[in-house]
Design a binder for this molecule. Structure first.
Ligand SMILES: C[S@@+](CC[C@H](N)C(=O)[O-])C[C@H]1O[C@@H](n2cnc3c(N)ncnc32)[C@H](O)[C@@H]1O
Length: 294
């Protein structure tokens, strides 16, 4: 279990939403609308508490049936509460039974079902589920080259499009700059490559690897930057990322405790004074199979 809490996913959701490439999401919407007759059938891989559904459903438009796949039972439970809360805030009607939630906006009806699946061992189970498009967000940097090759083969066999958003690409810049930023980042990058249940993570190289793999299968691949820009108005996220960076740097080099503490103390003072900002590089990827026109 990789252990992502619903609180962490809630913290990142508005920042993710702002960072995503609208052009690639609209590209998926246009391609799907040209091929589907009935409600769109979308599968979200590693859906967590359903943030991807909440961004994409209004944008894709029309009736949709979503399957939100994750291996974490706590997040599958959180999906229901988060979706109900979101629909209520928008003034949309919703109904829920033991399995599905249905959101009725007046213009469209979206049904959602969560499914427990370990994507490391059971990715190919998706072949038995009919769907029009595959989406995933904040997930591909956890997986290995071998797993991405399996995903590429699956999409090629099924001739389906993929929108994969918010994969980290290794760029990370604190403002104002500090001389210790580079060694802190180096410790962080080493940690990125550890096995998160899928074999050694490709992390920053995941999008380039998957883009090449899908292109070799004939998919047309487009990528776009979707960087987080976190400033004084998001102190909780800055604090989280500052604490995480210091903890990972300490774990990577315990002998460096002194300068890491001094870096973290200076950064904390900047945060308290509203003077700290951070950019975290991400990439979105849209891959359309050969028969789907742009
Ligand atoms: C960073 S979170 C992103 C969640 C969600 N897509 C979002 O953006 O809010 C990564 C997700 O991958 C899921 N995950 C990790 N390993 C998995 C596995 N082996 N099978 C299925 N899901 C997995 C986690 O449970 C978590 O929900």
């Amino acid at each position: 279990m990789t252990g992502f809490s619903a609180d962490w996913l809630r913290l990142r959701e508005p920042i993710d939403r702002q960072a995503r490439s609208p052009a690639l999401a609209h590209g998926l919407a246009a391609a799907l609308r040209r091929q589907a007759a009935g409600p769109l059938r979308i599968v979200d891989l590693a859906a967590g508490s359903g943030a991807n559904f909440r961004v994409l459903a209004p944008l894709l438009g029309g009736d949709q049936n979503w399957l939100l796949v994750d291996h974490d039972p706590a997040l599958l439970t959180a999906q229901r509460a988060e979706i109900v809360d979101w629909a209520t805030r928008h003034g949309w009607r919703w109904t829920a039974d033991g399995e599905h939630i249905a959101v009725d906006t007046g213009l469209a009806r979206w049904t959602v079902r969560g499914q427990g699946l370990d994507l490391a061992s059971e990715l190919e189970a998706l072949e038995r589920i009919p769907f029009d498009g595959l989406v995933t967000t904040a997930f591909l940097d956890l997986v290995s080259a071998t797993w991405l090759d399996r995903l590429g083969k699956l999409l090629a066999r099924l001739r389906r499009p993929l929108l994969a958003t918010l994969t980290v690409d290794g760029r990370r810049a604190w403002h104002p700059p500090h001389p210790a930023d580079a060694p802190v980042l180096a410790g962080f990058q080493r940690h990125q490559g550890v096995d998160k249940g899928f074999g050694p993570s490709l992390a920053n190289e995941a999008v380039a690897h998957l883009a090449a793999c899908l292109a070799s299968h004939g998919h047309r691949v487009t990528t776009a930057r979707s960087d987080w820009r976190i400033g004084a108005s998001q102190p909780d996220m800055l604090r989280y990322l500052l604490d995480e960076a210091a903890a990972v740097a300490r774990a990577a080099d315990p002998a460096a405790e002194r300068w890491i503490t001094s870096w973290a103390t200076e950064r904390q003072a900047q945060l308290d004074g509203g003077l700290l900002a951070l950019e975290v590089g991400h990439l979105d990827l849209l891959a359309l199979p050969p028969h789907l026109p742009l």
